[in-house]
Design a protein around this ligand. Structure first.
Ligand code: IMP
Length: 199
């Protein structure tokens, strides 16, 4: 079976993708390849960070691999927090602090448009393929719901009446940025992988 490194140790992400790709690909985590490095993420864009992580693995291990990077982009905040989504309120601060900072930034703004973007960088035999998943919506004036994580309580996806934190996981995954990026990756792996030329 083909082996693919997923450059993460996030159990939730690994389990979800292993399930989708089972029978075709054996997914290996960073732990599985004994990589305990703190892989740098110093890019200014989601694409740059995802690429940086994938090439870090390719350059050292020469194994087919992929990695992801995600951010919330708020139009009236010049697309911030973007690549800084995890630490928008500062290093070591919690998701709630990040939400407070976004709400404070939008206090007097009418435009509350935002999107989540997830970029996946896949490297097969040294060649990179990028996949993007995106969901558009609005930042709510206050929190709604308690499921999910991160900015979910204040994100209302277009066409829905519930925030991400009010949805069940299945509904969220079917429309989310990550769900959509993963669908593109999986479709590519199913259809293209056996036909990709050697480098
Ligand atoms: P990561 O690249 O998947 O680690 O995501 C970076 C940051 O984006 C997370 O720490 C969260 O703050 C935010 N984020 C990513 N995905 C979601 C989501 O589905 N809902 C809410 N926040 C998210």
């Amino acid at each position: 079976m083909h082996q693919l490194v997923f450059a993460t140790n996030n159990e939730h992400k690994l389990r979800e993708l292993s399930e989708i790709l089972k029978g075709e690909f054996k997914l290996l985590s960073l732990n599985d390849i004994s990589c305990s490095d703190d892989i740098p993420e110093t890019g200014n864009t989601l694409e740059a960070n995802a690429s940086q992580k994938s090439f870090y693995i390719w350059d050292r291990y020469r194994m087919d691999c992929f990695s992801d990077d995600t951010g919330l982009e708020v139009a009236a905040l010049n697309n911030e927090p973007g690549v800084r989504s995890a630490r928008y309120a500062g290093e070591g601060r919690k998701a709630n602090d990040n939400i407070d900072k976004v709400l404070a930034g939008l206090k007097d703004k009418e435009d509350r448009k935002a999107c989540f973007r997830c970029v996946i960088s896949l490297i097969i035999k040294g060649k990179e393929y990028l996949f993007e998943g995106r969901v558009d919506g609005q930042i709510l004036p206050e929190r709604h719901g308690s499921s999910g994580f991160g900015y979910d309580p204040v994100f209302l996806p277009d066409g829905f009446t519930q925030s991400f934190a009010e949805m069940d996981a299945e509904t969220k995954n079917s429309i989310s940025h990550r769900g959509r990026a993963v669908q593109k990756l999986v479709r590519f792996l199913h259809n293209e992988y056996p036909h990709l030329p050697d480098q």
